[in-house]
Design a protein around this ligand. Structure first.
Ligand code: ATP
Ligand code: MG
Length: 369
């Protein structure tokens, strides 16, 4: 065995022993294209190591937005993923997203805890797409605002959505300890990896998760998420367009989009289709940014960070750079996080870097910062 591996192994054990409180959780991100599972350990203060990771592709159409369509297929993939992860940990943190969830910064008048809770309830009610008593709401105070009140971030999910995902995971013999919003998990990794560069006072960053069914768009200012929007355009929009226009099935269209003709060339007609979808996507992004700029009279961004499988679309980071007039980079968890080479093979690294961020953030959830 390589001495470095032995040292890594020992570090893992020490990390585990020093860790008091609830033993970590397995982060589970059930995305449209795949289920991703991650186990993360804290090796020293503020330093994290990805200990285990697994991903299992989901067949077409298992989820539509936040509704489970093909339960058996997801359950099977989940069980496969848990087996592949091969962790002794039985606790999970699952992520939710979609139209029946809400993550929002609110500026409240403040006061006693009870008064703040009342304000949260009253304000949240106005943004929820379902009656408040049908949801699970949580919030955390993130700072003070100019008016002498408090800024809070609220998270909410409709109970039926939460329960449907929790039941699936519990049927796979894991205990769901925490349910978190996918966006909050992604944000957690963004903050941990990018550190002071993005959190500095007065700095404004864009963070985007470019997934399959949706894009999560966030603006992060002076260390707080100040704006969030879920846009219903993602990699699937392109895949479906290829299916429709080229008369091929889902798997064939995915393969044409990602690998092209087999020798790495994306045919001209596919590039045209991708660009058509991107035009609509960019128009939507421009509208979103303009809305924010107009309502805050903010002018410029200090940078933009991307994650999610669709950030692999050739030329996309460069095009976004032009659109946002700021430098665009990929959120690479490995810039600050190490990984366990005994459990994670080299060929997984790229997959984790682009598609695993949310699961990593979910896995970090019970680790105190
Ligand atoms: N090399 C590539 N080029 C273009 N698109 C890619 C590439 N690799 C992956 N994708 C696309 O990325 C998407 C999958 O990314 P990701 O795993 O982040 O999404 P997801 O989490 O399953 O979706 P969602 O978060 O929307 O539920 C798919 O649409 C896939 O086609
Ligand atoms: Mg995703």
């Amino acid at each position: 065995m390589d001495p470095k591996d032995i040292i890594d192994g020992i570090k893992d054990k020490i990390g585990d022993m020093f860790y008091v409180g609830p033993k970590g959780v397995i982060g589970i991100d059930i995305g449209l294209s795949a289920i991703k599972l991650a186990e993360v350990i804290q090796v020293s203060d503020g330093n994290f190591k990805i200990n285990r990771y697994a991903t299992v592709a989901l067949p077409e159409g298992t989820i539509i937005e936040d509704e489970i369509q093909k339960e058996d297929e997801i359950l099977q993939a989940l069980q496969e993923g848990i087996k592949e992860l091969n962790s002794g940990n039985k606790f999970a943190c699952i992520g939710v997203s979609g139209p029946n969830t809400l993550i929002k910064r609110l500026q409240l008048a403040g006061g006693t805890n009870e008064e703040i809770e009342d304000q949260v309830t009253w304000e949240t009610e106005q943004y929820l797409p379902f009656p408040i008593d049908e949801g699970n709401i949580s919030f955390s105070v993130v700072g003070e605002n100019q008016g002498g009140g408090v800024d809070v971030i609220i998270g909410a999910v409709k109970k039926t959505v939460l329960e449907s995902f929790r039941d699936l995971v519990e049927r796979s013999n894991l205990k769901v300890k925490i349910v978190d919003l996918n966006a909050a998990a992604t944000l957690n990794v963004f903050e941990t990896v990018m550190g002071a560069e993005v959190s500095a006072k007065g700095k404004t960053w864009i963070l985007m998760d470019l997934g399959a069914q949706k894009t999560q768009f966030m603006i992060y200012k002076s260390g707080v998420m100040v704006f969030f929007k879920e846009i219903n355009i993602g990699g699937l929009t392109i895949t479906e367009e290829i299916q429709r226009q080229m008369g091929v099935n889902y798997a064939e269209a995915e393969s044409l989009k990602i690998s092209g003709d087999g020798s790495g060339n994306i045919p001209e007609e596919i590039v045209d289709l991708i660009n058509q979808v991107l035009d609509t996507f960019f128009a939507e992004l421009k509208k979103t940014v303009d809305f924010w700029v107009n309502s805050t009279s903010e002018e410029a961004f200090d940078g933009c960070v991307l994650t999610g499988g669709s950030s692999l679309i050739p030329g996309l980071p460069e095009a976004l750079q032009e659109l946002f007039e700021t430098e665009v980079q990929i959120l690479n968890p490995f810039t600050t996080m190490s990984y366990n080479q005994n459990n994670i093979s080299e060929d997984m690294i790229n997959d984790i870097a682009f598609k695993g961020v949310c699961a990593i953030g979910l896995a970090m959830r019970s680790i105190p910062k």
